[in-house]
Design a protein. Sequence first.
Length: 194
Amino acid sequence: MGVERFDALCQPLPGEPPGEPVAGGPWAVARRLVEQYRMADPAMVRARWDRDAAFVGRVMVLQLRLWRLLYVHARVHVTRVWDEHRVVDGRRARVFGFEYETLPGHLEIGRMDYEVLKFLDDGAVQFRLHARSRVSGEGAWWARIGFLLFGRREQVRFYFRCCARIALLTASSLGLPDRAAQPAVWLQTQPQPS
């Protein structure tokens, strides 16, 4: 049904010295923010879940908000969590992240993941998100119409807000000057006929 989209964005975060992540440093702070789903702008998406539930298998109820006036609830299920060393863009990195998939009743069918990377060679820290989605055709009629009219615009806006928010929250948690972060960079956007 419809077009399947693949999106990926990268947000530079404050760096730290080369090598493994520093305790209390930018990577550790950003990791905590991702684990707590704090990168999501609450004006657009609010999340709740059982705080005692295991991370993998967690069901999150997302309140998807449009202009702070209208909202719909959608459920997602955390399918994977990782904290590993990996080669990214030809460089060794420490990577933490998690992935969730939509559950029946969501306006979309798809998967999304959020990652925090630290490149061990130079200490660069990044936040990345990857999304694969298409319209599900489910949900209330008014929400489906709204999603067809505004969904893609709001989806992209959500991605960029996540990037800007995690950069701001990471910097402020570290007591760094309050200045605009470097903008997020598209790594991929690719609509595919399904």
